[in-house]
Structure formats: C-alpha cells, structure tokens
Design a protein around this ligand. Sequence first.
Ligand SMILES: Cc1cc2nc3c(=O)[nH]c(=O)nc-3n(C[C@H](O)[C@H](O)[C@H](O)COP(=O)(O)OP(=O)(O)OC[C@H]3O[C@@H](n4cnc5c(N)ncnc54)[C@H](O)[C@@H]3O)c2cc1C
Length: 433
Amino acid sequence: MFGLRAPRESQEHTDSYYAASANWKTAYPRLEEDLSCDAVVVGGGFSGVNTALELAERGLDVILLEGNRISWGATGRNGGQIIGGIGHDPERFIKRIGESGVRSIYQMGIEARDIIRERVERYGIDCDLKWGYCDVALKPRHMKQFAQWRDFEKSIGNPHSYTLLDRDELKQYVNSDRYLGGLHNNANGHIQPLNLCIGEAKALETHGGRIFEQSRVTGLEHGDRPRVMTEQGSVIARQVVLAGNAYLGGLVPKLASRILPSCSSVIATEPLDPALAASLIPGDVAVCDPRTALDYFRLSADKRMLFGGLSNYTGLEPKDLEAVMRRKMAAVFPQLANVRIDHAWSGWIGIGLNRMPQLGQLASNVTYIQAYSGHGVAPTHMMAKITADKLTGLPERFDVMANINHLPFPGGKLLRRPGLAVGMAYYKALDAL
Ligand SMILES: Cc1cc2nc3c(=O)[nH]c(=O)nc-3n(C[C@H](O)[C@H](O)[C@H](O)COP(=O)(O)OP(=O)(O)OC[C@H]3O[C@@H](n4cnc5c(N)ncnc54)[C@H](O)[C@@H]3O)c2cc1C
C-alpha cells in the first residue's frame, strides 16, 4: 500500500530498545527430537510463557515451543504499560455469562496487575517495574469520561484511588500543553516487557520446564494424546495450549478467522538529560490518551522517551516510520523535535471483533488464548492463570471467558482488512470531533 510497508522480520528480535537493553540473550535449543510431556505450550510471549510457568509451578511436566525467540512478538515490542481491566465492557455479554460472570471479569481486571507484582517479587525479575499512570484528555468530553471511569473503579471495589487532575495539576505528572487534564492512579504502571518475559521463562526453567526456540509449530494432530509438529521434531502431550496470538498465522483456520493482526509502532529516543526527562514526565508515569488510534508514552529506566502509537488495521507500518513518530512525539513535547532516535519498531496486536480476549477449547485437550486487542500486558498474566486453573481442575473463571461468543471477521481473508481500515478511519474521524 502507498507509503506503507510490511514490518521487516527475521527469527531474531526486531531492532527494539527492549532487545538492545535485554538482561541477557536467550539461546534455547531448537526442537530436533520427538518428546512427550503433560502439557505443550505453543508461543513464547506473555500468554505462553506464563501459562507454561503456572502449569510447571503446579507440578506438570511442561514443554514450551517458540517459533523465534522468547518475547519475540508483541510481548517484546509493546509500550510496557501495565493497565488493569480485561477487554471492554463485559456487561455486553451478561446474557451469556450472567451477573456473576461480569463481576468475575471485573475482579480479574483488578487481580491481573498483582500477578505481575508477585511474579517480579517472587523470582527477583529485574524489569524496571514502576507504578503510576495518567490518562490524558484532548477534549472536554474525555474529562467527563475520566470522571465516569473513576466512579466505576470505585464501584467495582478497586482498592486504588483514581484522581481527576485539571490542566495545572496534570503538569505535576505530565508536563505538556497539549492536554486539558487527566486521571491519575497508582494501580497501573510500566515495565521493560522483554526483560519481564525472559525472567518468567527463566522461572519456568527452575520448575523443570523445557524451552525450545526457533521451533515453529507447523502442524497439530488431534487425538487422545494430541501432537504438535515442528520442522525437525514433535511433542505428544496430554494437553496442548495454543498461545501464538496475532503471529499464529494459519495453523488453525478457526482461530485465524477471529483475529486481525494490526500494527502499532514505538520509537525510543537517545537517553535524555535527566533534568529534561524529569521536566517532561515529572511523575515518571505511563501515559495514554483515550482515542482509538491513541498515543502512549513513558520514560525508560535510562531516561529515553518511549513514544508509541499509529495503531492501524492494515498490519503495515509507514515507510518513514521514524519521521512519522517523531512528528507525533513533537506534538506532545516540542522540546524533543530534534533529539536522536535510537530505535523505531512495530509489532502486531491481535484484534478481536468484540475486543474481549478469546479463550476456548478446540477439543478437551487443545486450548487456546489470543486477541487482547492492544491491551495485554496485565491481561495475558490473568488469562494464563485461569488457563492453568482450567487444566488443573478449576474451570470456573476460564469458562466465564470461554462462554463469550467470538464471531469471525466479516469479509474472509481478502476483504476483512480493507473493511476494518475503513472502520478505523470512521472512529478516527469521531475522535477528531
Ligand atoms: C507496538 C505494541 C504496543 C503495545 N502496547 C501495549 C501496552 O503498552 N500495554 C498493554 O497492555 N498491551 C500492549 N500491547 C499488546 C500486548 O503487547 C499484547 O497483548 C501481549 O504482549 C500479547 O502477548 P501474547 O503472548 O499473547 O502474544 P505475543 O507476544 O505476540 O507472542 C506470541 C508468540 O507466539 C509465537 N508463535 C506464533 N505462532 C507460533 C507457532 N506456530 N509455533 C511456535 N511459536 C509461535 C510468536 O513467535 C510469538 O513470540 C502492545 C502491542 C504492540 C504490538
């Protein structure tokens, strides 16, 4: 498409700030034999690594197969923003999941962040974890929306306080003239996501989990003991969990038809002078605006501005990615118009039609989790936990999620992207009003 290109990919990490600041480079072996185990998990992002870890913590013999490197997909490329909540507006599904199901989803939305907190503490994972977050308003109606969000969080028993900020108060946290005000909380926060995920993979190893990289699963055979095949090996297991999300490709057509790999991009500046960095985001919070194609940004531990946005349904990135993102960043912080940009990258978000994570089973021994619609750092941890619960005899919360119906995208393979791109253009136009 004009002005756009497919993100450049190899089996190694993309050129992100996260890969450049990884605590170590993972080098797990390729699968080159036929193995068996209790559970084989496909996909080494937050969903897969944490499902494998949860199962291994409960004593199962687990194998994790990653097609590229641990944290290679969205997990190693995202904005690093830890945000509560699971999907959007579960009340829409009250007929299928009942009031108790809706309540359960709200509770999971609160619990999700605590899993990250506990995991970092328990395994001593060095991933620059910080708490603090601001939603920022571009329009007066955003402030009304924030007041509703604050009241809503209180109504569902969120123990953290949410504080509305006017334009001047916001500047104590986010010092940009662009915003009319904001909503601050310490429930959300930010992390170096790749370091969190490789730390979780290391924790998996301590529980006896076996990890294979550059071992893409190319086939799945159903049966009493299902089997997954890679180019040079295979694994037979009592349970298979598919967690390839937007990068799973066509392995299971039913799953592919329900997820649209959409693109979002991030830049990392050079390390800023500490005084400049502190003047831009004095609260060291993660920041998001509420538009469909939103801006999200924060400082890294070494004081780079990590600025993300440009979400779009084409799955493509701009050819001049760095220049486009620089303009977006300068609209928020004009002081950064000419700083050096050290890294620019894109990744695929798994979008689902109804914006709720998709959990379910293709058979009683083949389970899947996917489609966090751009909001997965904390929810992946929660969905991994309830998937492990399901496979170890505690099905209730998994079944709530699995009872939500997920329709395929209309238009089939050929037409769903153009159709949705038009849809996003419509929502962008609404955002601009
Ligand atoms: C640019 C960007 C910014 C984002 N920002 C945020 C944010 O700030 N906050 C937030 O909450 N969410 C954010 N997200 C979303 C979040 O990153 C994802 O929801 C989350 O990381 C999904 O994790 P996952 O493990 O399900 O998928 P992924 O991390 O994509 O992992 C899937 C893995 O499966 C592997 N795989 C696929 N198929 C196979 C196969 N057949 N065999 C073996 N391996 C396979 C892939 O190689 C990949 O490593 C962002 C996403 C992007 C792309």
